[in-house]
Each structure stands twice: as structure tokens, then as C-alpha cells.
Write a protein that binds this ligand. Structure first.
Ligand SMILES: O=C(O)CCC(=O)C(=O)O
Ligand SMILES: [Fe+2]
Length: 216
């Protein structure tokens, strides 16, 4: 064991080695990793066409969701979002399958893919994706994959990890993966992250959260 390995204390769910992940239909690139807590920057997760289609399909629903319902402003999350249903169309089914192999968790553990749109000034303040009030035996979230759907974020909009002083810039088709299933809760807490305010342009992401037990 070399000095670097000996500093890693816990096993991870993400098990891919080398610089590629071969999924059923696409070769994903591993661009960068932070070892602990594990944060992996991935390239070639979605094609341009898949990104465009995700935006197009969710845009309609965001617009629909404006009508009627009270539009209370949430200080924590000023973006707009929507969930796709499990395998609701061929595109979603294909992406869910690919994402399950990247995240190394069966698709039955996945929540619906969640799309978020941020306009100028909108943000998602730092938060953890797991439910802090839930006990470990319950069906908590284990890991997240945030996929970037567009290239029009000219300034701002990074996914920020304040405790780690680390940030990822949105690039169409790329993604950032992280997990928070450590026994050492301080490692989980280090995955605190947010979407920095968009300063110029518009940002779209699609997030997949995985649960400990199946939910489908
Ligand atoms: O927009 C981002 O960069 C982060 C999104 C996020 O934290 C989430 O979807 O849970
Ligand atoms: Fe998050």
C-alpha cells in the first residue's frame, strides 16, 4: 500500500477504476476525483441531443407548473424544478439505465430524474442531499449525480462544495458525482454543496438521487 492509499479510510459505492466507465450504451470519461469524500467529475455522460431533449421536455412542465399553484419564493432554492416519472419515455429509461451503472446501484433505488432551471441570480444554497433527520436504517439517500444540460452558463452557476473549497463548472453533457454513505458522519457532512448564483446566462441540471433500498 502506498502512502496515498493508506489515507483513504472507507469503501465507496462508486467502484470504477481507470479513466473510463463502459455502460451499456455509452463510454463515460472520468475526468477528476477527490478521494474522500469521493467526488468524481465525469465527461460524456449525456449527448448534446439528450441534453437538449431533457430541457425541451421539462421546459413545458415548468411552464405548466407556474399556472395556478401559489408561487411562494423559497430562499433556499430559487430555481425551478420538475421530476420525470420512472421510465416515462425512451430517453428517460435509457438515461436511468446508464446512470444506474455509473452510480453502481440498481435503478430500482433511483428517485425520478429531477431537472432544475436557474436564471440569472438564481441559486441553490449549500445543503446536503441526504435527510439529516432520518436514521440510517430508513431509506435515506446515498449518492447524487448532477448532470449539466447546457453550455450557456457564462458566469457563476458552479456546483460548490464550501467545506472542501472545491467547485465544478457546468459543461454540457458532463456531471459531478458524490456519495455520503460513510460510517464517519463527518465525511458525509463534507458533501455540503450548492448551486452558486448564475451571474450570466442560464443553467440547467438534471439530478439523480439514489436511495439505500429500492423504491420501485
Ligand atoms: O445545481 C447544482 O449545481 C447543484 C444541484 C443540487 O445540489 C441538487 O440537485 O441536489
Ligand atoms: Fe444537492
Amino acid at each position: 500500500m502506498n502512502a496515498k492509499e493508506s489515507t483513504i479510510k472507507e469503501l465507496t459505492i462508486f467502484n470504477h477504476v481507470g479513466n473510463k466507465i463502459q455502460t451499456e450504451d455509452r463510454e463515460i470519461n472520468i475526468i477528476a476525483r477527490l478521494a474522500e469524500p469521493l467526488i468524481v467529475v465525469l465527461g460524456n455522460v449525456l449527448s448534446d441531443e439528450e441534453c437538449d431533449k431533457l430541457i425541451r421536455l421539462s421546459k413545458e412542465r415548468l411552464q405548466r407548473s407556474k399556472i395556478g399553484a401559489s408561487r411562494k419564493i423559497d430562499e433556499m432554492r430559487t430555481s425551478k424544478g420538475m421530476f420525470f416519472q420512472d421510465a416515462e419515455n425512451e430517453l428517460i429509461a435509457r438515461i436511468e439505465k446508464r446512470v444506474a451503472s455509473i452510480m453502481n446501484i440498481p435503478g430500482e433505488h433511483a428517485e425520478g430524474i429531477h431537472v432544475l432551471q436557474y436564471k440569472i441570480g438564481q441559486e441553490y444554497k449549500p445543503h446536503v442531499d441526504y435527510f439529516s433527520a432520518m436514521d440510517a436504517q430508513e431509506n435515506n439517500r446515498l449518492s447524487s449525480l448532477v448532470m449539466y444540460l447546457n453550455d450557456d452558463v457564462e458566469k457563476g452557476g458552479e456546483t460548490i462544495f464550501p467545506h472542501l473549497k472545491f467547485s465544478v463548472s457546468p459543461q454540457k453533457g458532463m456531471a459531478v458525482y458524490f456519495e455520503y454513505f460513510y460510517n464517519d458522519s463527518s465525511l458525509n457532512e463534507l458533501t455540503l454543496h450548492g448551486g452558486a448564483p448564475v451571474i450570466k446566462g442560464e443553467k440547467w441540471v438534471a439530478t439523480q438521487w439514489m436511495r439505500r433500498q429500492r423504491i420501485r
